[in-house]
Design a protein around this ligand. Structure first.
Ligand SMILES: Nc1ncnc2c1ncn2[C@@H]1O[C@H](COP(=O)(O)OP(=O)(O)O)[C@@H](O)[C@H]1O
Ligand SMILES: [Mg+2]
Length: 392
């Protein structure tokens, strides 16, 4: 039969449970000849023991009437503990009720005794088809799930980028028109300079957007190549902090950097680390109301350097915390974006944390988030002091 993956196997592991020696022998003979691996057990208990110790059994063929543990109990336990294993029931007491009960409890089929070799062959063949079909169904389900996810990412990408790109493009268009207008002669030098400045900023915003979009695509396609060097953490943090001086002032936010970072030197990619800290602090600024507080704490242990970026902002609902690292994922709707990316709930593409995570992973580090709505968030990054296997 056709398979989605085209690699269905030809040999299956089959367990025969029957207290009658002859039945076990016939089954063993027929199924080994058909190329399968056969295990036999003379009681339900022994059969379950084989299932426990042999991990890859595909099909169980069990007698219904056996002393101590009957076929129904075997069926129930198999379906409970190994739900993917198919069970075929053998019975000499063929009544419709028995068959219905067995099928209701999850049996794939039943065979009537006395056994004929053909019956066994056909039942096993049908059962294998069922196994392969189930495999195909789950492969298709998985493929479908991936497609749905991709579609969601694409929609988010379009919603966010069209929103984020429209603002700077609108500024460039609008202010360019003003400068091109006949009335430009009546404008003061200061007014003209301001128009030019707005256009320059909008171009810069566009450039930044393009760079981050490009980075996400590039990082996702191939692992990041690190250019490692000795990085003085305190100096780097100060550099990042000074980039936000104006935004912090405008938003009346305080940013406190732990002086433990003094003297800590780690082997890392300085520019990528800077980009990582910039994104985390930018988020802390963006998602904290005016007059809030942001702190960066550093701690070290034998292997790792731990950096905690904490804010007193809006926090992230627990259910969203796993998704915020996905590309283009934003908790709030993009319509709520105010323009600038350091304004409260300001703009963004939803890829900052995706980049942060890629950078942390490339450094063989870890990132965790702890956050409570209305109280604030802590992003905890742990980076090894040195990079294994990287030449400096
Ligand atoms: N410090 C934070 N406080 C509250 N929410 C945050 C914080 N950092 C990130 N988030 C949430 O995670 C989302 C994804 O963050 P990010 O990938 O940096 O994208 P962006 O900043 O462009 O929205 C944000 O849109 C926001 O909803
Ligand atoms: Mg961000």
């Amino acid at each position: 039969m056709n398979s989605v993956e085209g690699n269905s196997k030809t040999s299956y592991a089959i367990l025969i449970i029957d207290d009658e020696d002859t039945v076990r022998k016939i089954c063993d003979y027929v199924l080994v000849k058909a190329g399968h691996v056969v295990y036999t057990a003379e009681s339900g208990f022994q059969g379950l023991e084989i299932l426990r110790t042999t991990e890859n059994i595909d099909i169980v063929v069990t007698d219904l009437k056996m002393p101590n543990m009957d076929g129904q109990s075997v069926l129930q336990q198999v379906k409970r503990d190994w739900p993917h294993v198919e069970v075929i029931m053998m019975t000499g007491y063929a009544t419709v009720e028995y068959a219905i009960d067995a099928m209701k409890a999850g049996a794939a089929d039943f065979i009537l005794k006395p056994l004929s070799t053909d019956q066994i062959r056909v039942a096993i063949k049908k059962c294998i088809e069922r196994i392969e079909l189930n495999k195909e169904i789950s492969t298709l389900r998985l493929a479908n799930k991936k497609l749905v996810e991709l579609k969601e990412i694409k929609e988010k990408f379009l919603a966010i980028t069209s929103h984020e790109l429209r603002t700077p493009v609108g500024h460039i268009k609008g202010y360019f028109n003003i400068l091109n207008d006949d009335f430009v002669d009546e404008m003061s030098d200061a007014e003209i300079a301001e128009c030019k400045n707005i256009i320059r900023n909008a171009i810069q915003d566009l450039e930044e957007l393009l760079t981050s979009m490009f980075d996400v695509v590039r990082f996702r396609q191939n692992r990041i190549v690190l250019q490692v060097e000795e990085v003085n953490l305190a100096a780097l943090l100060q550099q990042v902090q000074s980039g936000f001086k104006l935004a912090l002032h405008e938003r009346q936010l305080t940013l406190e950097i732990d002086n433990v970072s003094n003297g800590i030197v780690i082997i890392a990619d300085r520019l990528k680390l800077k980009a990582m800290l910039t994104e985390l602090i930018k988020n802390a600024i963006k998602f904290t109301e005016n007059e809030g507080h942001i702190s960066v704490r550093v701690a070290t242990d034998k292997r790792y350097c731990h950096i905690h970026v904490k804010d007193t902002g809006i926090g992230i609902p627990h259910a969203e915390q796993g998704k915020i690292f996905d590309p283009f994922y934003e908790v709030q709707h993009s319509d709520y974006h105010s323009s600038h990316d350091t304004n409260f709930k300001g703009g963004g593409l939803g890829i900052g944390l995706t980049l942060v995570k890629e950078i942390v992973l490339a450094h063989q580090g870890e990132i965790k988030v702890e956050s409570h709505v209305g109280e604030g968030s802590v992003f905890a990054v742990s980076l090894p002091h040195e990079q294994k296997g990287d030449e400096m």
